[in-house]
Design a protein. Sequence first.
Lengths: 266, 309
Amino acid sequence: MAVVTKYELLKYLRGKRLLIIVVLLAIILILDLVVPPTIGSGYDLNPTTFTSGMLNDIGILIVLCATFFGADAIVSEFEQKTGHLLFPNAVKRHVLVLGKFIASTMISVGAVALYYAVTVIAVVVIDGSIAQNTSLSFLYALAYVFGILAIAYLFSAIFRSSVYSIVLTFFTFFLILPIIDATGSSIAHFKPWFTLTFASGIILDIFQQPYPVDATRTVGTTFANMTRTITVATYYPSVAQALAVIFVYFIIGFILAMYITKRREM
Amino acid sequence: MTDAIVTENLSKQFGQFDALKDLNLTIEPGICVGYLGPNGAGKTTTIKILTSLLRPTGGKAFLNGIDVVRNPKEALASVGAVVETPQLYPQLTPAEILSYLGQLRGLDRDVIRERSVAVLNEVKMLDSAHKRMGDFSTGMKQRVAIASALLHDPSILIFDEPTIGLDPRGMIEVRKLIMQLKERDFTIFMSSHLLYEVQEVCDKVAIVDKGTLLVYDTVANLSIAGEALLTAVEPITAQQCAFVQALPNVRSVKRVATSELLITVEGGLSEQSDLLDHIKSLGIRVAFYRPARSAIEDIYLRLVPEEES
């Protein structure tokens, strides 16, 4: 398994996707650190709000990592026929999947860790202290990496084309689930606790003191002598429930990905 | 001694389509077997089942006596395979690919290093050992794939269309390489649709069509019957032609030119020698006597209907 991980990492390190992630990360950090003083607004002097502000794009980074390093990890072996070389070896397929998953996780965790490291350094340099719960936020981000990668691997095991698995992974976590989250909260008034993206809210919510709780408020509007009331709900994932949801996504996604890959024919 | 490759009623269905129907094949160790058939005959399906890339819907397949379906890891331990034209990871070099596959197979690092040099040298890729595969030609990739199949010194080599997609020089080189491997103790099972290639390289031939094995015999046995073209010095008369038709072991005679006959002969070398003596005794001065087609070609065309081949 370590052998598979080693060579998968080597492939990532020599590929263009890691470079794209690094460039994207650099752009995000430059925007966060260069734009405020340039436009004269200055930095946030509260370490907690500064940190959560800088980490605002962590979700996008994790989705991109899952898309680049997980969504075609399995399907490419079948589609590009590299599996013809790999699978006839005296090695069990679950070992190959596990080795690949560890490599995808390591490279994604590396990108996330780099984001947090630069953020922490910037906050310490500018505000003089580290925001409370930064380490917890980092751990939750890592949990999200595991959950989202497992689903990316599941898509990769199911589809025959890497284009489908890449597009579906990206749009599921970038568009479809966020739409369900937003619709649930603002229109249908239900708490979308079961989605992975809603659960990932704990990564940034943990910076709020005290930890936020669900709230509903009624707003009255008057128009043409008619008064209408609207109920606005704001939902937050509880940490325990969110971690449980992420864990379930990870377990189900990963086990199914392993099973489908094992059964899949070339 | 355990047979190298055995299939027992091996079958594979894709939906309603029978890709393979009750294939029974036994390949003894140390020989080279050519697996012939038109496109879609079941050649690649057989090879993919043998290399655990497909699961059969019926029957069994054994490599060195080990069931491929039940114990793929153990069965494949002594097998080197090149299935179709595998794409190799473009980010890695041949040396790295061999190291990767060698480690997957549990080989010691020193052994991998030593064997990598040996097999890359064997396939003439040692000079490119540390160049990334991304820029390699199909022929170069095929040679690296063959090197990877040889790395762990397996007893069985399985090649699926090993010369497909190669330029003429590449085809000659790969064929030469397989001939060299044949000189050693490998059992070689190779699919091909190049009949002359199989006749040149293999000891035995299996012809499959519509998933069914049509014939499996030695090249020597299959070479005993065929069409021969006889060219005489002078024009052959109708009477001489009729006499030739009546000779023993002659199935048919067709005049293709005034001094040329296409004779369908039954029998081995001895019968053909006798036939030539008889022809000479008829007063025909023979300038040339040669097979019109290769014997394998002849059998293939007879067994595989025109619309399929």
